[in-house]
Every structure is written in structure tokens, then in C-alpha cells.
Design a protein around this ligand. Structure first.
Ligand SMILES: Nc1ncnc2c1ncn2[C@@H]1O[C@H](COP(=O)(O)OP(=O)(O)OP(=O)(O)O)[C@@H](O)[C@H]1O
Length: 650
């Protein structure tokens, strides 16, 4: 033990240890050792106890959850390890309270902890960045609600809300293990001493603060257990009474499931405080057999969006014959579906299956394939039978689903059918599918058009849309940043190519409905030339536009050029390095009064400096519209110059 402590001292940051010889442990040989929490830990404890928790009852949920984890671990270890301590003892959590003495104890027969584990688990914060996050929560005056607490691995410390001092007595399930007592008042130090303890597992005990004496009352404890821990997989006893009802809901058939119970189960396993949006019970028998209960959350956690990495290690729980094998089993679902939570229980894997075997097992591959197809079918049914629900789902998870288009080629067609778009013909907040689009487009229209940008309102004001609006041609409005990567990759739907409105090679019919005459060719040529001379290298070319109706100019991309939104995204991803700005083509509306006036000015005096100012301003105005104008300073001073000229001539 001494060696291990020395090692620990060497590797930890300036941790101080004092031997308190006056306090002796039972066997009178090993002293009580005092340790100091890491600096970060002190601040964290202070935050947790004094600022963040507003529901002190959460402490019980956290302690039960730790006990349940410890029991799951021992059950799992016992599958392969014959030498485990107390192999036959009941897997259970026992609570004991005394309403007179205000004492509270929770004991589990789980894996317990060795001395090193005690130090590592109860003296440090497991996840980096936790403190920073907690501080920002405090600054925003937010509470650490039930939903957040579980994500940060600080559950144990919530106990310091309701007590001044905590004692943890624990003995590891490893054979020949030594038992220890850990004690702390959460003030900066903790002590550890050797003790005698016959059985494996952990007992946490403390005296409740007077303000929290309710937690020593039987009815209150029962209420909290039912509220938060009803589905814990092991019996929770208070004296001899079992408080929770352990039921493997996923083993039941669909018509035996009650929404209320299923919703509670979801909140429990997903650590969510909201009801799920929908759930899907699955029972499969055949080449592989498994039962599953899957859930769609009603909201996407913000960190999930656009950060694929966040999905990497998520997944439903994997059970084998009702024994929990893996809490978040990524191999059950393709990455783009891993926001779905739930349980999958199969009899086709052996209980002592290792993580590596799970990964490469053909059984898993088959389960994954069946689950994926059932889930996509589920989405499709939702879209048809409960469109409102589907819309909520799509709003929350649409961007994630789209990732699947470029990764799951087997199901690509199904995924394409699930896509929903805003368009120039949809009302605010409603969508069109590609199928609906192609069904309602006129027979003379050969392509599916889209325009991408930051928001619907910005897109609706875009000059590139004018022609299409005038002709009543529907255009998809893509506002999800993922779209620029995903939609062009679809290429065509129902043999109709998808085409960005930014492309210069769209075939516009020359006839225009309005009475404004375009410039005659001999007048047009010098105008275009002056535009080219003025803008020089900034543009690839300047050409006459057939798409503009009310705007004087617009920018488009050449046939092989990048869509401007795509370019913006790529720049963002590469931090703007090594990414030369793609040159665009400026289209000029030769029927527009400004262009006609410029033509007149050229005839009167081609050297008039105002002409070039106007041309630059038109060009930068087009950049501004699509959100690509980098600096507004020149734009503004030029604008003032033009206003000055306009006011002077009056
Ligand atoms: N009853 C217990 N038996 C065995 N180990 C425990 C027990 N309680 C806590 N631990 C250990 O202490 C660690 C820290 O517990 P804590 O509740 O602070 O965080 P966590 O359980 O990792 O995360 P979370 O709070 O998100 O569940 C646990 O990960 C576990 O290793």
C-alpha cells in the first residue's frame, strides 16, 4: 500500500498527505491518511454545494445510480471471473434511515473500490472541462438540473448538499481485497484508512443536515426512488421493502406497453427530463433474435448538431439475456442514427462477450442492419401518419440524418425520400419533399432548382430568384449548412438534375414579360467592357443577364465553379487557409434603369469617375446580398460619394 501511495504522490499534483497518528484505524497499525483535493476539485465542490443544485433530492438518485453501476460491473465481471468475492451474494441496493438520529445510509453489493480507485474516483474530477462548464452555468445563473448533472461525472458530490460529512466504506470484489474507509466534509481534504469489512461492495453513510430531515422519512425516500430510480435493474430495499419495480419493458409486446410507463423508462435510461417524441418496440425472430425498445428524443442536444464526433460513441444499451453488457453500444447503429436511445436485448451473443467480439460479430452486423431498416421505416410511417411529429423530429435531427446520405449507400434512396425542404412555394415553417416538387413542376421544367444561403428571408430577397419567381418556377431554399455538402451529391431525382441557381449555365428563355427594353448590342458592349475594366481580377467575367427582373446585377458561379455557400463552408472548415476565393461571374440586367443610365454616362463622358464608383458599388452590393462582403468600410464611403453626387445634382 505504501508503494502505491508513493506512486500516487509522485504522479499527482502536489498532493499533500499527512499521517494523522492520533486517529487510528481498528487494526491499530495503519494510520488515517489525509489527502487534499486537487485545486479544481475544491472549486467544483464549492460550486456544486452552494450554487448549482436546486433540487437536493437529486443526491439520492445519484447515489443509487452509482450503486447500480457498481452492481452492473460486478455482474458483468462475475461472468468471466470465478474468483470474485461473495460470488453468490444478492445484487441489491439497501437504504437505511433513522428519522430521529437523521442518519442515512445506502449500501450496494457491487464492485467496491480499491484504495487507488477511491483516490482516483472520489478525489478528482473525471472529465476535463467540467469546472469551466460549471462556472459558466453559475455565471448564467442556471441550475445544474437533473439533465446536466449526469453528463459531468460529479454525481457523488451532490451528497454534500444534504450533509456536513460523508463516510464511504468499501471493499473491492477482487479476491483478497482490503477494505477502506473514506471520509470527507467536502472542505478540501479527505481521509482514508484501512478497515475490516466482511463483504464486498460500498456503504455510504452520513447524518442529514437539519434542513433536510425529510430525507430520513420513509414516505419521502420511497417517493424519490419511484420518481427517479424506478427502473434501476436491481432491487432497492428500504428495510425489507422493495421500493422499485424492476421490469424489462423491452421484453413486453407492443400492446402491453403503457405510454406513461414507457416515457418514464426513457427518461431514466436517456437521462432526459422530457418525454420522448416517439418510441418503437421491435421484436425480431429469425436469423437473429432480439427485442428492442427505441426512442426518439424530442429535442437534439445542441452539441450533437454539426459535430459528428459527438455521435461517435453514442448508441443504445446492449443487453444479452437481460444482462447489461454495454451502456452505449455504438455498433448497434450507424453513426447518423446514434441520437436514438433505447435498449437492444439479444440471446444470440454469449454473456461473456468482449467489446472486440461485439464489434466484429456477424450477429451484431445483422442486428444493426435490421435496426437501421426498421428505424427508417419508422420515420417514413411517422411522416405519413403523424406529420406534425415528423416535422418536430426533422427539425431537430434533419441535419444529422443527412449525414447518412453520404455514408449509408444501402439506404440512400430511403433517406432521400425523407428529405424535406423549404421552397418558394411552401408557407413559413412547412416543407416540400423532392417527390412533391417533381410532381407539381410543369412538364416543360426539366431541372430541380435550389438556392442556398443563411436564411429564408435572405434567400427570398436574392436577385437570382427573380426570374423564377416571375415565371412561377418553384425553387428549393436550402438554409441548413449541411445542405451544401449533401444536396449537390444527390445529382438527380426522378431523372431530373438538381441545379443551383448560382450556376451560370441555366438555360433562360430570352423573352421577358415586362416592357423594359434591354440595351441594344452596340450600346451594351462598351458597358460590359467598362465593368470588366473596373472590376479587373475580382470577377471571372461580366455578362448580360437573362434572369434578373428588378435588380441591376447579380453574381453567379461558372459551370465548374463552387457554389458560394459551399465555398464559405469550406473556408470555415479550413480556417480560410490555402483557399483562394473562387472567381464569380457578374451578370448585368441591361434593362435596368441604372445600367441604362451608366450607358448614357459613357456616351456623354466615359472618363466620369462616378461611373467606376457606381460599378464597384453594384458589384459589392451583390456580394453583400449573398453575405460575402468582407469589409464594409469602402462600401460605405463609396455610398456617401454617390449620395453626395445625387444630392448635388438636385
Ligand atoms: N457505490 C459505488 N461503488 C463503486 N464505485 C463507485 C460508487 N460510487 C462511486 N463510485 C466511483 O466513483 C466515481 C465517481 O462517481 P460520480 O458519481 O462522482 O461520477 P460518475 O458516476 O462517474 O458519473 P455520473 O455522476 O455522471 O454518473 C464513479 O465513476 C465510480 O467509479
Amino acid at each position: 500500500m505504501l508503494t502505491s501511495i508513493r506512486n500516487f504522490r509522485n504522479t499527482s499534483q502536489k498532493k499533500q498527505r499527512k499521517a494523522i497518528m492520533s486517529k487510528k484505524s481498528k487494526n491499530d497499525t495503519a494510520p488515517v491518511q489525509e489527502f487534499e483535493y486537487k485545486a479544481e476539485m475544491k472549486q467544483l465542490l464549492d460550486l456544486i454545494v452552494h450554487s448549482l443544485y436546486t433540487h437536493p433530492e437529486i443526491f439520492l438518485r445519484e447515489l443509487i445510480s452509482n450503486g447500480s453501476d457498481a452492481l452492473s460491473k460486478v455482474r458483468f465481471n462475475a461472468l468471466t471471473d470465478q474468483d470474485i468475492l461473495d460470488k453468490e451474494s444478492e445484487l441489491a441496493i439497501r437504504l437505511s434511515i433513522d428519522s430521529k438520529e437523521l442518519t442515512f445510509a445506502i449500501e450496494d453489493s457491487g464492485v467496491g473500490m480499491t484504495e487507488e480507485e477511491l483516490i482516483a474516483n472520489l478525489g478528482t474530477v473525471a472529465k476535463s472541462g467540467t469546472l469551466g462548464f460549471m462556472q459558466s452555468l453559475k455565471e448564467q445563473q442556471k441550475e445544474l438540473d437533473g439533465n446536466l448533472i449526469g453528463q459531468f461525472g460529479v454525481g457523488f458530490y451532490s451528497v454534500f448538499m444534504v450533509t456536513e460529512e460523508v463516510t464511504v466504506e468499501t471493499r473491492s470484489a477482487r479476491p483478497d481485497s482490503q477494505a477502506y474507509r473514506w471520509r470527507s466534509s467536502g472542505q478540501g481534504t479527505y481521509t482514508i484508512e484501512k478497515i475490516e469489512r466482511a463483504q464486498r461492495g460500498t456503504k455510504i453513510s452520513f447524518k442529514l443536515k437539519e434542513d433536510y430531515k425529510e430525507f430520513a422519512e420513509e414516505y419521502r425516500v420511497e417517493q424519490i426512488v419511484k420518481k427517479y430510480s424506478n427502473f434501476v435493474d436491481f432491487p432497492i430495499y428500504l428495510a425489507d421493502k422493495q421500493l422499485n419495480s424492476i421490469t424489462a419493458l423491452w421484453q413486453r409486446s407492443k400492446n402491453e406497453l403503457k405510454d406513461e410507463e414507457v416515457n418514464e423508462f426513457y427518461k431514466f435510461i436517456a437521462n432526459d427530463y422530457k418525454d420522448p417524441l416517439d418510441y418503437l418496440p421491435i421484436s425480431v425472430e429469425g436469423m437473429v433474435s432480439f427485442k428492442s425498445l427505441l426512442f426518439l428524443p424530442s429535442e437534439a442536444p445542441p452539441e450533437l448538431l454539426y459535430r459528428q464526433g459527438e455521435l461517435e460513441n453514442r448508441g443504445p444499451q446492449l443487453y444479452v439475456k437481460k444482462v447489461l453488457i454495454q451502456n452505449e453500444c455504438r455498433d448497434l447503429l450507424p453513426e447518423y442514427l446514434r441520437f436514438i436511445s433505447g435498449v437492444v436485448d439479444t440471446e444470440d451473443l454469449s454473456l461473456n462477450v468482449s467489446r472486440e467480439v461485439v464489434q466484429s460479430s456477424p450477429v451484431m452486423a445483422k442486428i444493426r442492419q435490421i435496426l437501421t431498416s426498421k428505424i427508417l421505416g419508422w420515420f417514413e410511417t411517422l411522416a405519413q401518419e403523424q406529420p406534425e411529429k415528423f416535422r418536430t423530429f426533422y427539425k431537430a435531427f434533419g441535419p444529422i440524418i443527412k449525414i447518412g446520405l453520404n455514408t449509408d449507400f444501402t439506404n440512400r434512396e430511403k433517406l432521400i425520400e425523407l428529405l424535406r425542404f423549404e421552397s418558394t412555394k411552401t408557407a413559413d415553417d412547412s416543407y416540400v419533399t423532392l417527390k412533391e416538387y417533381t410532381e407539381r413542376m410543369g412538364s416543360e421544367q426539366k431541372e430541380i432548382y435550389y438556392l442556398s444561403g443563411a436564411s429564408r428571408s435572405q434567400l427570398l430577397a436574392h436577385p437570382n430568384l427573380e426570374y423564377f419567381q416571375e415565371k412561377g418556377i418553384e425553387v428549393l431554399l436550402l438554409t441548413d449548412p449541411v445542405d451544401v455538402f449533401v444536396i449537390p451529391s444527390i445529382h438527380e431525382y426522378d431523372k431530373k438534375p438538381l441545379k443551383s441557381l448560382e450556376k451560370a449555365d441555366i438555360d433562360f428563355s430570352k423573352e421577358k414579360k415586362d416592357d423594359k427594353e434591354p440595351l441594344a448590342d452596340n450600346l451594351l458592349a462598351p458597358v460590359l467592357q467598362l465593368f470588366r475594366d473596373t472590376l479587373g481580377e475580382s470577377v471571372e467575367d461580366v455578362i448580360e443577364s437573362h434572369r434578373l427582373v428588378s435588380s441591376p446585377v447579380t453574381l453567379v458561379s461558372g459551370k465548374d465553379g463552387l457554389d458560394s455557400q459551399m465555398e464559405k463552408m469550406m473556408k470555415m472548415m479550413q480556417g480560410g487557409i490555402n483557399m483562394p476565393a473562387g472567381k464569380r461571374i457578374l451578370e448585368v440586367n441591361t434593362a435596368h434603369p441604372i445600367i441604362r443610365n451608366i450607358s448614357g454616362m459613357i456616351i456623354a463622358n466615359a472618363g466620369n469617375p462616378l461611373i467606376k464608383t457606381a460599378i464597384r458599388q453594384l458589384y459589392e452590393g451583390a456580394l453583400l446580398v449573398e453575405g460575402s462582403l468582407d469589409s464594409t468600410t469602402d462600401f460605405l464611403s463609396r455610398m456617401n460619394e454617390l449620395i453626395e453626387a445625387a444630392t448635388l445634382s438636385r
